[in-house]
Design a binder for this molecule. Structure first.
Ligand SMILES: [Zn+2]
Ligand SMILES: [Zn+2]
Length: 156
């Protein structure tokens, strides 16, 4: 059994936080905002119930960028790199999106369940992971994955 390291931090290391449990959901996103924000062809992030994460709000500046809607992206006040996003599925049902790179150790992170916004891909991904094409199909895929893998986790 792998021991999960719950410590997370932004790329500069000044914004740090921890999560209660290992995430159950990981996704890749090829949307144009992720490409710009991460300066990568696609983002690699995990999703947890927001109640499982204690974010140091004083170190984070939130911006609302689209798509997807209902996602507030949090950036480090010191290095301006992504720290975590807050996704509100409906009032009272909030999830944290944490870039996989922000976990101090990657051990214990799940395999990715899908490529979102794959129609925006800059690089083809030759893997067996499900590809979701189109805006609404990608939105639905992430919503369904959150409901399936993460929502019940929030109740424990
Ligand atoms: Zn930072
Ligand atoms: Zn994206």
């Amino acid at each position: 059994m792998t021991v999960f390291d719950s410590q997370c931090q932004c790329p500069c290391g000044q914004t740090h936080f921890s999560v209660l449990k290992a995430p159950k959901l990981r996704l890749y996103c090829h949307c144009e905002i992720c490409q710009r924000v991460y300066q990568q062809p696609y983002s690699d992030f995990t999703v947890l119930p927001l109640s499982h994460v204690e974010l140091p709000m004083d170190d984070i500046r939130f911006k609302k960028l689209r798509p997807p809607p209902y996602l507030q992206r949090g950036f480090c006040q010191h290095c301006d790199q992504p720290v975590a996003g807050i996704f509100t599925l409906m009032p009272g049902l909030k999830f944290a999106f944490i870039p996989s790179a922000n976990y101090r150790a990657k051990k214990g992170l799940p395999e990715s369940s899908g490529h979102l916004f794959y129609h925006r891909r800059r690089v083809p991904c030759d893997d067996n992971i499900t590809k979701h094409h189109g805006y609404w199909r990608s939105e639905w895929a992430v919503t369904k994955a959150v409901l399936t893998h993460v929502m019940m986790q929030g109740r424990t």
